[in-house]
Design a protein around this ligand. Structure first.
Ligand code: SF4
Length: 295
């Protein structure tokens, strides 16, 4: 094919496309392009030679191309991201429940998993004044767990439970029982310090206690010592005063629970230490420890 013929064919196709486009614009009322009337007339009058079929077939085109309607591109749906298996926390209210669904294989969560689930917790208003979440410390497979009320100032600063004056007394009590702190596990009902060491409020207890219950489920101790009324009343769901609860074995989820006074109370009322020691001696007997010594 000569170069002149090829150029002519290309030009012919371009002009044919232009003619169709102008006609379409005219039929559309010039909505997209205000077409010059003279140009439209010329376009209608155009009679351009078609290229020889044997040389280059032109696919038939619609007489009136449909106007281009812009449609939004179909939204891309990304494949679901892999999600870590959520934890099951025992006795969790719907409001406080951090997640649902079992762990793979129906295993109970570990302390590390519960701590990760707690995260940078904002489930109650105690988060606003805390410096550190005080999750708990000690042996994750302890046979004995001490449960207190909530962190004080020293605990909030260090992120460790029972390290202030009351904590020092608790350490003495633990050692008098024949344990080291590393042998047992210590935690609180609420993990953030209530302002000015006030009592935790009911909404704060209900927001945080699922994590305590999950901790106890993870550790599965043989016995629990509930220190003070908040720990005892929360775990036992019993509003009886601690003065009447203390000194008598109770049961929490199949675990023996001994309510006794909180060490902070004993610092204010040293005369009550004797009763607390009697309560702890019962725990020692439970574990077959000699009860003659006194710390
Ligand atoms: S007290 Fe418990 S529920 Fe409230 S913010 Fe702290 S960790 Fe979360």
């Amino acid at each position: 094919m000569s170069e002149a013929l090829e150029t002519s064919q290309v030009l012919s196709e371009v002009l044919e496309d232009l003619r169709r486009h102008l006609l379409w614009q005219e039929e559309d009322g010039g909505r997209f392009l205000q077409m010059d009337a003279r140009l439209a007339a010329e376009a209608r009058a155009m009679r351009l030679p078609r290229p020889p079929a044997a040389v280059r077939p032109v696919p038939s085109a619609p007489a009136s191309p449909a106007p281009v309607v812009e449609r939004p591109a179909p939204a891309r749906v990304p494949p679901p991201a892999p999600v870590a298996a959520p934890l099951v926390l025992p006795n969790v209210s719907a409001q406080a429940r951090p997640s649902t669904g079992p762990l793979p294989g129906g295993e109970r969560p570990t302390l590390d998993e519960i701590r990760r689930e707690l995260g940078d917790c904002r489930r109650c208003k105690l988060c606003t004044g805390r410096k550190n979440i005080v999750f708990g410390s000690g042996n994750p497979r302890a046979e004995l767990v001490f449960v207190g009320e909530g962190p004080g100032e020293s605990e909030d600063l260090q992120g460790v439970p029972f390290v202030g004056a009351a904590g020092q007394l608790l350490t003495k009590m633990i050692e008098a029982m024949g344990y080291r702190r590393d042998d047992i596990y210590i935690c609180n009902v609420v993990k953030c310090r209530p302002p000015s060491n006030r009592n935790p409020e009911p909404d704060e207890v209900s927001a945080c206690e699922p994590f305590l219950r999950a901790q106890l489920k993870a550790i599965q101790p043989k016995a629990i010592v509930a220190l003070g009324k908040f720990a005892a009343q929360t775990l036992l769901r019993d509003s009886t005063p601690i003065t009447r609860l203390r000194g008598t074995w109770r049961e929490y989820e199949g675990i023996q629970l001994m309510p006794t006074f909180h060490p902070a109370y004993l610092l204010r009322q040293p005369a009550e230490k004797r009763k607390a020691w009697e309560d702890l001696q019962q725990v020692m007997k439970f574990f077959g420890k000699p009860t003659g010594q006194r710390g």
